[in-house]
Design a protein around this ligand. Structure first.
Ligand code: SF4
Length: 220
């Protein structure tokens, strides 16, 4: 099979996090890309939806960052819609594996796996580089407390053998994780186990005078 060379060696990024244990197996670096063509009711990452904004990074900049992080076992691509930047994301995973072949790769998508496979060579190239895919749109009426995903229609698809054993593991929410940023503010990551988490959480913090960076905080 002929591999297609990625043609856009950069990504538009809404946020990145250097240590996360609730968005995939083990401890992971996470990149939230900027821009999603879908508009799921109840989307918890509304700031990532416009394709405008975000911070442009070359794949080499991001690969250097990921590979310099201690104790991560892989990278998770979230968003936003990673498959809207499939060529850049595939190039990033190639650049990471060139430096650290041991790192795993996971991505979220609002599209079903079957649709991604039919969605063109750039999307198939990204799929070939993933160990895990969480697929499908968020459906608020089917919200549930599930491992790494928010609604029951979403699936964890094992694309390699690396995490195939997870299919028989417990399927309960990994929860939400708070991080203290370098500037002293709080941010959160994860898939809330209950709907409405973000509004209630942020309102309660604001009422107590805390400033919380949203999940899709743009980088300065
Ligand atoms: S696919 Fe994800 S980022 Fe896009 S609107 Fe749906 S929940 Fe939000």
């Amino acid at each position: 099979m002929t591999e297609v060379e990625p043609t856009r060696p950069q990504l538009s990024v809404a946020r990145r996090l250097d240590r996360c244990t609730v968005l995939g197996p083990g401890t992971r670096a996470v990149i939230w890309v900027q821009g999603c063509p879908l508009r799921c009711h109840g989307c918890v990452a509304a700031e990532t939806l416009p394709f405008e904004g975000g911070t442009a990074y070359t794949v080499d900049e991001l690969a250097e960052w990921i590979c310099g992080l201690p104790d991560v076992e892989g990278v998770t691509l979230s968003g936003g819609e990673p498959f809207s930047q499939a060529a850049g994301a595939a190039a990033l995973l190639d650049a990471v594996r060139a430096r650290r072949p041991d790192l795993s790769a996971m991505a979220y998508s609002g599209f079903r796996y079957e649709a991604l496979r039919k969605g063109g060579e750039e999307r198939r190239a990204l799929l070939r580089r993933l160990d895990l895919l969480v697929d499908g749109p968020y459906v608020a009426s089917r919200h549930d407390s599930l491992r790494w995903r928010g609604s029951a229609n979403q699936r964890i698809v094992a694309l390699t053998d690396r995490y195939a054993h997870l299919a028989s593991g417990p399927d309960t929410s990994a929860g939400v994780e708070l991080s203290l940023e370098a500037d002293g503010s709080l941010s959160w990551a994860g898939v809330p186990p209950a709907p409405g988490f973000r509004e209630g959480f942020e309102e309660q913090l604001a009422a107590r005078g805390f400033v919380l960076h949203t999940q899709a905080r743009r980088e300065a």
